[in-house]
Structure formats: C-alpha cells, structure tokens
Design a protein around this ligand. Sequence first.
Ligand code: NAD
Length: 491
Amino acid sequence: MLYHLSYGPVWLWMVRGMRTAMSDEAIEDREKAQQAEDEAADGPAVPQEGDAGEHSGEGHGHPDKSAKRTEEKPKPSRAEVSNYEIVEHWFKDAAERLELPDDVAAVFRSSYREVQVQIPVRLSDDRIHVFSGYRVQHNGARGPYKGGIRFHPEVDLDEVRALAELMTWKTAIVNIPYGGAKGGVNCDPSKLEPHEVQSIARSFMDKIEKVLGPQRDIPAPDVGTNAQVMAWLMDEYGKLHGHTPACVTGKPIALEGSFGREAATGRGVVQVFTEAASEEDLDPGDVTFVMQGFGNVGAWAARLMQELGARMVGVADADGAVASAGGIDAEKLAEHVRDGGTVGEFDSGADEIDPEDLVALECDVFIPAALGGMLHADNADRMRCRMIVEGANSPTTPRADEILIEKGVRIVPDVLANAGGVIVSYFEWVQNLQHFRWGEDEVNEKLGEIMRRAYRQVTDRAQENGTPMRPAAYELGIERVVEAASTRGYI
Ligand code: NAD
C-alpha cells in the first residue's frame, strides 16, 4: 500500500552552507548597494516570467537543483518565476516604501542558517535512494524558528529559502512570538510505502535535530506531510532528548496535538474570507467558490465554506479538475479523498475539465490551496472571480498580482490568509510547554480573534497607504521584525 496522505490519522553528514547570514554580508553589501541604487529610480522590477527559471542566487549562492528521484507527470502550468523571486519581490517593494537602509535590508535578504543533509534510505526495491533534506532558518529575532516540513519531489533549497522567509513575515504579521523557518525533502510520498516515508522522516530528524528544539526551531506539517509524519519526527527527537512534545506541532491528538490544528489553516482562510466578504458586499452564505488543491488546507476550507452556505463550483487536485455550476459536495469529496480517491475519480455528476481551465471558472471566490506560482502572467487574465483568498504559499506571481489588481480582484494574501495553521501550532506549543490542553471551541475562538485582529491591522494599513493588502501586510511584518532585531541588538 502506498503512503496515502489522509489528514486523519550516518555515515555521511552533509551540512552544506551551514553558515550565518552575517558572514557573507560584508562582501555582498557592496554589490547590493549598487543594485539598490539602480533600482531606486522606479522600484523593484516585477520578475519577468518565462525568461528566467532560476533566480540570480543573490545572497545565497546558486540554488540547488539536484536530481529528483521521481518522475514528472503532466500538471497545470506553474510560473517560471520561482517562489524565491516572488517573496524577494514583495520584500524589496515593502523595504523601499519603509525606506529600510540597504545594510539593514541585506540582513533579511539571506537566511540566518541553511542546512542541507543527505538522506540515504533503503527502499522496498532493496536499493539505497539518496534524498536531499533541507532546513532553512530565515530570521529568529521575534522568537524560536517556526515552519513546516514539505515532502514533495520538487523541493529544493531555493524553494525552502523562500518559504522560510515567508514564515518570518507571516508570524510577525499575525503577531505571534516566532521567527521563520521551513524544511523539506525531495521525495514523493504518494509513490512510497508508509514505512519508507517513516524511514525518511526519522533519518531527516536524526540529521537536523541539532538545530531544532522547543526553544530553537519547531517544525510542523506542510505539503506531503501530516500528523503521522509529525508523530514520527517527535518520536525520533524523543529518542535523543527524552519525551519532548513541544519539539513539533501538528501532531495527532493522541500525542499531545492540539484540538483544531488539523483544520486551522482552512479555518483561518474562511475567517478572513468572511471579513473580506463584508467589505465587498458579499453574503458569505450565498457565494460560489473554486478550490485549487484539495489536501489539508483545501479540503478543510471547502467544508467550512460549505458550512457557511457557499457552493463549490470547481475543484482540482494534482491529478485532475472538475466543475459543476450546481455545486460539488465538499464533505463527500473529502471523505472520498480520505479513502484514497482523487478529485477526478469522484462520482458527483460534475464535469471533468482541463486543469488549465480551472482558473477561468466564474465564481465569487477563488481559493488557491496547492503549490506556489499557479496564478501567473499567462493565466491571470482568464480569471473571473471577485476575490482570491490565498490558502497556498506564494500562489500568485507579482505579474499576476498586477493583472488581477487592475481587474479589480481583491487578494487576501498568503502571509495573512493561511496563517491559521501557524497560529494554532503556536497554541499547540503553548499547551505542550504547560502540559495542559484547551478545548476545541477555545482554540477556534482564539484563532478567530487573532485572524480578525491581523486582518483589521492589514486593511487599516492598506487604507492609510492606498495600497492593496499584500504590500501593507509585508510592511507590517517587516516593521515588526526590524524592531525586534534592532531592540535585541542583532542589527
Ligand atoms: P497537501 O499535501 O495536504 O495538499 C496539497 C493539495 O494540492 C493536494 O490536493 C494536491 O493533489 C494538490 N496539488 C498539488 N499539485 C497540484 C496542481 N498542480 N494542481 C492542483 N492541485 C495540486 O498540502 P496542504 O498542507 O494542504 O498545503 C497546501 C498549500 O497550503 C501549500 O502551498 C502549503 O505551503 C500551504 N500551507 C499549508 C499549511 C498547513 O497547515 N498545512 C499552512 C500554511 C500554508
């Protein structure tokens, strides 16, 4: 049986680039200052899609694009601009408006620490397969590093860097006491046996445990990982350090996980949607929505939208897409997926559509909940929604963002919209440190308070400055991180 991602239930160390950001900066500062001068006239250029697959590697050396073990299969198109370029673009954009000095900005343009490890695992074919594992800690000024671990064939250092930086801004925007980190392994869990995924998870933990810990860096689930993977990671960490539930979050309830964590990201998406709907004169109980991705985030967001009365008129996963103007039952689809099915195999009477056409479905709200770069220069113009609430990380490229804003689409950005997961991870960590458990209603209520407060702060800033929500959110996050870093004397 292959490893199915339901949301229920050394001989060689290769530590590459394990360095502090500070050590490279003196050299890079001069180059960056020159570049900053060049850009000063008209702000950072929007990264062009199609003419550059890789970023310049600025501040990091070249991105690692090591060979992947798994085969590619046809998928809806993603932008050629990388996640790293997307996050860098928004950072530069906000840093300029904040008039952040170049030397200060340079601290945040690279990571504090980047660890790459080799994960050799003997799989069922009796051969040793060598995977690459990464943990990137971007900035820890506001607290211990925090961020998910992704198991996906396309994981590479470049992507993990981008996602780690995104976590720094996200935790600051929602004002929880964490820094930003991310991790990943370039494996494809959908093609692996459960015991193989377990071996990879344990081996990865053995190799990165020295930079983790409840007061240092706390991983959580992300694409391709779930509560079960977190349980294996916690168990492996416990072998070395004694029982330490606060070392990872997103654990199963039976292992000191928090009530409400599994649904938290999807719930947060729906909470900010409800806030945005009232500003757009939309009745949350009477809207149509399209869900791109139907994993943890997508399936929970879809069910909670449906609970409000909203109708899902299109949905996709990595294997296909379906549409139905009459609506697709999110609850039944979630059950079907939990049992190992795919969206395309769901017998709902919906029409199978080309996954490329999902974005063109007419709806009130489009919720990207898959991978980064899926709304890009070549498909943004086809979108026919009033609002985008970003469940996924970096789903919209800067060029697509421009096109959509021009079309009058409201975008509730990832750094705010999908923060529900890290917020309830924070609650789980707090509960674990106290060896105490809160009820689910309490968790959901506290989540709502933080999401609504952050939403209000971001929209207030956007109104003050006359910008869309994303630039306002970045400004807020960057300001808070800079203040913490300078107050503690790091910069
Ligand atoms: P998941 O692995 O549970 O689900 C991912 C879903 O996306 C699956 O349904 C998969 O089939 C689908 N998908 C993959 N490629 C696709 C494609 N090309 N087209 C359409 N669908 C595709 O992952 P998840 O935890 O739900 O995470 C989804 C997104 O949300 C990611 O960007 C992740 O970084 C972000 N996110 C997750 C959390 C969390 O708590 N899990 C928190 C914040 C942000």
